[in-house]
Design a binder for this molecule. Sequence first.
Ligand code: AMP
Length: 115
Amino acid sequence: MEETIFSQIIRKEIPADIVYQDDLVTAFRDINPKAPTHILIIPNVLIPTVNDVKPEHEQTLGRLFTVAAKLAKEENVAEDGYRLMMNCNAHGRQEVYHIHMHLLGGKPLGPMLAE
Ligand code: AMP
C-alpha cells in the first residue's frame, strides 16, 4: 500500500485547510473546489479504495458520516442539501488512492452524472 499526499496532510507535513480532525478521520477543503462547499473527509488510516474496506474499518467509516453531518451544519448546507460522493478506481475516476468522501454543497448541484 503506497501512501498518498493525503497521509502527509493528515500528519500536517504539507499545508491544507483542515476543518476537522480526530483520532479516526481528517477533513479538509478540496484544493480544486467543484462547489461553494467542497470538503474531503478521509480516514486517518490508509485504505486505498472502497474495494479494500474490511469489517474492522466500520467504526472509522461510520465516523465519515457523523463528521459529514456535523460539517454540513457548520457550512450551512444541511437544510438546502448536499451530496456525499466516493469514487473507486478508473471507471469511478478516482485520482487519489486514499479513500475520501466528497462533501459538496452550497448551490444546486445538477444531475448526479454528466455524460
Ligand atoms: P477523486 O477523483 O475522488 O480521487 O478526488 C480527489 C480530489 O482530491 C480532487 O477533488 C482533488 O482536487 C483533491 N485534491 C488533490 N490534492 C489535494 C490537496 N493537496 N489538497 C486538497 N485537495 C486535493
